[in-house]
Structure formats: C-alpha cells, structure tokens
Design a protein around this ligand. Sequence first.
Ligand code: NDP
Ligand code: GDR
Length: 390
Amino acid sequence: MASGEDRKVALLTGITGQINYKFVPIRLFVFMCHVGKSALYSVDNPRNLNFQDGSYLAELLLGKGYEVHGIIRRSSSFNTSRIDHLHTDLYAHKGGKMHLHYGDMTDSSSLVKLINKIKPVEIYNLAAQSHVKVSFDLSEYTAEVDAVGTLRLLDAIRTCGLEKEVKFYQASTSELYGKVAEIPQNEKTPFYPRSPYACAKLYAYWIVVNYREAYSMFACNGILFNHESPRRGETFVTRKITREVAKIHLGLSQFLELGNLDSKRDWGHAKDYVEAMWLMLQQATPEDYVIASGEMHSVREFVLAAFQHVGKEIVWEGSGLDEVGKEKETGIVRVKVNPRYFRPTEVDLLLGDSSKARKKFNWAPKVPFKELVKDMMDSDIALMKKNPLA
Ligand code: NDP
Ligand code: GDR
C-alpha cells in the first residue's frame, strides 16, 4: 500500500444520491478512500435514476484522480444490467477507478469489513433516509440510519485503527436550524430541529464533533442548505415541480398538487455543493461549515419560475386549502393544494450565511436560482419527451 501522503482513496456512503446519468442510474452512498488515489462510497437503489450528491461527488473525485469506492444497498428489484454497465463502462469508471460494494448503514460489520479492506483516506458519509416528511412515518428507521448509522461509521474507522489517517465528511443539514432563531443562519446559530429527520441529523452532528474532540479525528460537518439538480429525487419539491410542469407543457398532465406553498428555502445546485465537501477535507484543520447560496425563495416562486420557463403565467386564486394556481391566458387550473403534503411541524424559512467557507477556502456557488430552475426544467422536458411514462 502506498503511504498516506500519496494515496487518494475515497469511500462514499450514499453514492446513489443525485448520481450522474452517464454514470448509470445508481444512487451512491459514499465512504471515501484513496489508494494512490481511491475512494469508497455506497450505492443503493441501482434501479433509480435520481442520485444526487453521491454521483456528483464521485465524478468530482474521479476527475481529481481518486480511486472511488461506493457502498450500495441490496434491493429486491436490483437492476443488474445497470450495475453491469457501471462495472464495465470504462468511461464511467475512469479506467477502473470506481468500485461498488454492498453495505448498509445499519450493518456495522459490513462497514468495518469495507473500511479494513479499502483503507480509505477520505470518507464521505452521504447515506441517509433523507426525506423530511417520510421521517415522521419512519422515525425509528430514520434515527437508525441517519443518527446511529453515523456513529457506526465513526466507530468502524476506530475499530480499523484508522482514526488518525482518515478524513471524515458528515452530510449535516440546514434542517438542524428548524424553527429559526435568527436570519441568516451561520455556524453559530442555535439548532431547533423540527422533524425526526432533523433530530437524527442533530445526533449525527454532535457525535462528529465529539469524536473530533475525543479522538482528534479529522471530522467535519458540512451544514448544507437545500441543493437540487436534474438528479434530485422525484419526491422533493423542486423535482416534483419540474417533472410535473414538464408533463403539463407536453400535454401529458393537467395540474400538480403541492403542500405548503409559502415555505422558503435557500436553494443551490448540487454540483457546486459537492465541491465544498471536498474542500472541507483539504483544509489544515477539521471544522464545520455552512454551505448556502444566500438567496431565499418560496415554493410558490419556484412554481412560477418553472411555468415561466415553458411560457405559462400562473395567477393565484382563493386561499388555504382552496387556493389554486390558474394559467393566466386560459384560466385552466394548474396547481392545487393537497393537505397530504403538509408536515406535522414545518420549517418555515431557511437562509444560509456561508461567509466562513467563502473566506476560508474561497467557495462560492456558481449557479443562480433562475439557472437552476432552467437546468432542471430542460432536463425533465427532455426526459418526458424520451419517455412519457417516466
Ligand atoms: P438522497 O436521498 O438522494 O440519497 C441518499 C443516499 O443514501 C442514497 O444513495 C440512499 O440509497 C442511501 N441510503 C439510504 N439508506 C441507507 C442505508 N441504510 N445504508 C446505506 N445507504 C443508504 O440524498 P442527497 O443525495 O440529496 O443527499 C445526500 C446527503 O446529504 C443525505 O445524507 C442528506 O440527508 C444530506 N443533505 C442533503 C441536502 C440536499 O438538499 N440534497 C441538504 C443537506 C443535507 P438508496 O438509493 O438505496 O435509497
Ligand atoms: P426539505 O425538502 O424538507 O427542505 O429537505 P423538500 O423539497 O421535501 O421540501 C421543501 C419545502 O417544500 C414544501 N412542500 C413540499 N415538499 C415536498 N417534498 N412535496 C410537496 O408536494 C411539497 N409542497 C410543499 C415542504 O413542506 C418544505 O417546506 C431537503 C432534503 O434534501 C433534506 O434531506 C435536506 O437535509 C434538506 O433539504 C436541507
């Protein structure tokens, strides 16, 4: 094995999150490591085309010469042809530098075995049950994966005796701020989680801080605000909107149903945000950083921008559950409110202040809001044209 200095091996959990299509439809959970340059990550749900952060991060690392290892979950509907493609496509693998392994955040022994075998120098923990609304239904499972899973991974590093070698990235979240105490939110803003998901991520945040202090581990929390892309999961609000508006534009659907139109988010592009993950692990000392665009928009504004992209102007009528969005020109109802999408406790607004990251490692988002909407709309229109049943 090459010395720690020359190795570039990354292990990624959550590698099937927002993955690249050309990479193959796989969600990656990534642990990261690097031999000569290698990384390990975990990929789940190979059947699914929407793999966000893991896919973009894997691309970035492969481009930097890493050996990337991704962890994937076993699924009953495993699509072997897609996995075969992932394993055989030299372009996707950049000359065989990408490797997929079965593992799971709920299975300590799989984590220990993989870390011991791969000996990564960087580990990116992106794996999570990441849907806020679903976490109210699957609260125990969410804690198992998002909270205890993070502890398992940190302990697996220690079990392998690699706590002084490995740099660890934790996918923390703006959801930690929840019921916000101040605007904008930075690294010093107090947390007030508002969902089982956010509570689980709060545990993960603090266990990362604790292991950093207790065992001098190089472990960082990236407190990332919402980031989206054409690879975003279909049940998150931005992608749900762009998919449905694309269908309406092509005459494949009449309207879309949403929950709270007034919640506000700080939305950026996932591609920009994975770069910040990597940059955090290249600093001299391990610290926690907010990553955000610094711009806030409501769900309602996202809807308007998506329709505007296909030349439709929406006007709002009524209020509460009776509110609808009508196409100005024709009067056709295009948006309805459905209470099934409301959450028991909502996060009303999030706006990040990422000046620490901007100062410390010169990070800045490149894709503004309008361009993000355009990227997602163009991609979904192309997707629906190719496969109207997608
Ligand atoms: P996704 O939901 O798209 O991806 C989550 C990944 O975790 C998938 O690959 C999923 O695999 C995997 N996973 C879920 N459960 C397990 C498990 N038990 N064992 C192993 N892997 C598992 O999320 P994103 O890519 O959008 O986000 C990546 C991470 O960043 C998540 O931790 C999320 O909570 C966090 N985050 C995301 C933000 C965002 O705006 N996107 C903002 C802040 C934080 P499978 O495909 O099999 O389900
Ligand atoms: P969020 O993202 O909860 O911020 O978590 P999501 O896109 O699910 O919701 C954003 C806001 O939109 C409102 N909303 C709807 N949401 C969904 N999913 N579906 C709807 O129909 C709908 N209508 C309105 C929501 O109530 C909410 O206010 C995401 C995830 O990626 C987390 O893992 C991550 O930690 C945070 O972003 C930062």
